[in-house]
Ligand binder design. Structure first.
Ligand SMILES: [Zn+2]
Length: 323
């Protein structure tokens, strides 16, 4: 929908420039077009370009496609092909990007791979005790490191990415560099303030272990605040059935730690969390959901909540479990 509005606006701009006798310029020449893949990257960038004129920002996965299952449509490939700045995560699920960029029409495109930007801040997905794993994952462990691509689930990563995005936008559009710089600096202050709230909560937490009856895309979040976790699956494993052993292991951890909550992630049917709870001694744990933001879309005619709002919701959910 957003993309349709943007292209309609571009067509209108073109029509206006023709009718006023100016030479018809292509959209690429007159406006800065930016494409972001997943929602958090889009929302960060929208903060940075806020108030900058002549800027078109596209959220590529705006139909709620899960990052791991996303397949670009022909329309998506065209959008990427013509843009001035392309911003993506650069992980396992972005394999489609290579060919999209190789075939891009705009040969001067600025491209930013945020996992490259984060470098030493990257963390590997861990195969932890009790996890359900595929044979492939077991063979992989000890081989090539598989970095967790859910980089946005760290406010500190978000700060680093904001700096990098502002910088590449300034390269692409030096005229508005001052706006990008000021917006980025104000946004980093907001991110840092929320990071302080997380720090304050987790520093004083009595319970420091989260139990996920689900996939586990939150490696960066627990790492930032020194929390521990157990989960049914490593990262966003393609595995979806948890074995009896995994369920009883997690239930045993709930009993051992006196956990009152079992976590799931957005989009879960809670079946594994429910099975874990049913296998504990008290069977009285409540299910809490943390939002991984890997498939965010606008709903009911309202825009999607911002990254800051979603991370604040996650903080409030953690508050319940940690105190
Ligand atoms: Zn994921």
């Amino acid at each position: 929908m957003l993309r349709r509005i943007i292209s309609a606006a571009a067509a209108l701009a073109l029509a206006v420039s023709i009718s006023t006798g100016c030479s018809a310029q292509s959209r690429d020449d007159s406006r800065l077009s930016i494409v972001c893949t997943v929602y958090p990257l889009y929302d960060w960038t929208s903060q940075i370009v806020s108030g900058a004129p002549d800027t078109d920002l596209t959220y590529l996965m705006d139909n709620g496609a899960d990052l791991h299952n996303y397949q670009p449509t022909a329309d998506d490939m065209m959008t990427v092909s013509d843009c001035d700045v392309f911003i993506y995560v650069g992980g396992e699920s972005d394999k489609w990007v290579d060919s999209a960029l190789k075939n891009a029409r705009n040969k001067d495109m600025k491209v930013i791979d945020l996992m490259d930007v984060l470098g030493s801040r990257l963390r590997e997905e861990e195969l932890k005790e009790g996890m359900q794993s595929t044979e492939e994952e077991e063979e992989d462990s000890g081989n090539e490191p598989e970095f967790d691509e859910h980089i946005w689930l760290s406010l500190r990563n978000a700060e680093d990415c904001t700096v990098a995005i502002a910088s590449i936008l300034s390269d692409a559009d030096s005229e508005h560099a001052e706006i990008f710089k000021n917006n980025a600096s104000a946004y980093i202050d907001e991110l840092a303030a929320l990071d302080d709230d997380y720090k304050e909560l987790t520093d004083s937490a009595e319970n420091r272990t989260l139990i996920f009856g689900d996939r586990f895309p939150f490696r960066y979040l627990v790492d930032d605040y020194g929390l521990d976790y157990y989960a049914a699956f490593k990262g966003c494993s393609s595995e979806s059935e948890a074995s009896f052993e995994t369920v009883t292991f997690l239930a045993g951890k709930c009993d051992e730690l006196g956990a009152e909550y079992v976590f799931t992630i957005d989009g879960s049917d809670c079946s594994i969390a429910d099975a874990v709870i049913a296998s504990t001694k008290s069977k009285s744990q409540k299910v809490l959901t943390l939002n991984s933001m890997q498939s965010v879309k606008a709903a009911d005619g309202k825009p999607a909540p911002s990254y800051i709002e979603l991370m604040t919701d996650n903080l409030n959910t953690l508050k319940e479990a940690l105190n």
